[in-house]
Design a binder for this molecule. Sequence first.
Ligand code: ZN
Ligand code: ZN
Length: 338
Amino acid sequence: MKAVVLPGDETVSVQSFEDPVPGAGEVLIRVKATAVCGSDLTALRGEQVVGTRPERLVPGHEVAGIVEAVGPGATSVAVGDRVAVYLAIGCMKCENCRAGNLMLCPEVKILGFDVQGGDAELVVVPAVNCMRLPDEMSFAEGAVATDMFGTQYSAQDRLGVSGADTVVVSGLGPMGAAAVAIAKARGARVIAIDPVEHRRELGLRLGADVVLPAVNDEVRTIGIGRGHGGPDVVIECSGNVRAQAAALEMVRPLGRVAFVGESRELKINPSEHFLRKLTTVIGAWYFPIWQFDEITQFLIERKVPVNEIISHRLTLDDAPKAFEMLAARSAEKMVFEL
Ligand SMILES: [Zn+2]
Ligand SMILES: [Zn+2]
């Protein structure tokens, strides 16, 4: 089979491998769509976050395809099933795995970082990592429904985002774009913020009520007639530390903030940001595996414009060009279709 390889020295190539064979409890998936993610840059540069990196690492953790073969004992899926793949491979015995939060397993391995990923014609994953992809959704939609829309659905579900809320989405990369679409579908009024014009245009296409290049006084004083100033909810997707601090500052008293954009350091003022405002702040990454049926039903029934966040549809052979665009930040969400 053919697969994308990131040796970790910032180069990208497409190489041939022996077809993988599913072992006990595993399945072989014929990949139909696999999305490139900003987090793939760490693999491109060889910055291993956790675990150990396979030699000739194949990236790809937002994957959808068709079950081609099942290993011994893999009874939860059948040959021919349309599936999306859950990115975290857990022990399935610990408390976190049993609760569906495989990404919190102490022994977790992440597809495309610690084990060979889905930017390939074929990929082997545990059968338990296969999630049903409804017929109404394309494989490309299934791929981006995992990390982007799944993370946002779960975060906004935890925050209880509803039609009573004004939600600020900070940063309109693919994750922020998904945040806008989900918040809108949940009925909220959405203000989307990004300094880049074409991202603001995407925000409007996804249903944002207002788009702004930066936070202004109007946002900071929303709701003042109701006795508070500031948005009910802020979803911070940029990972920019100034934007993260602004999120904590602008949210109204008793407001809710989700941190979704990755960063390593942020200066906070607990009294001002949390205590006196009684703020709820959550971190969000991915979703519990049992939630995927709920996520796909929501996307279908609310007609969420999932395809809008896909900026480029490419083939596996385009991988060197795709990763070059990713590193140069000249493309938003790229999907390889096979
Ligand atoms: Zn991702
Ligand atoms: Zn576990």
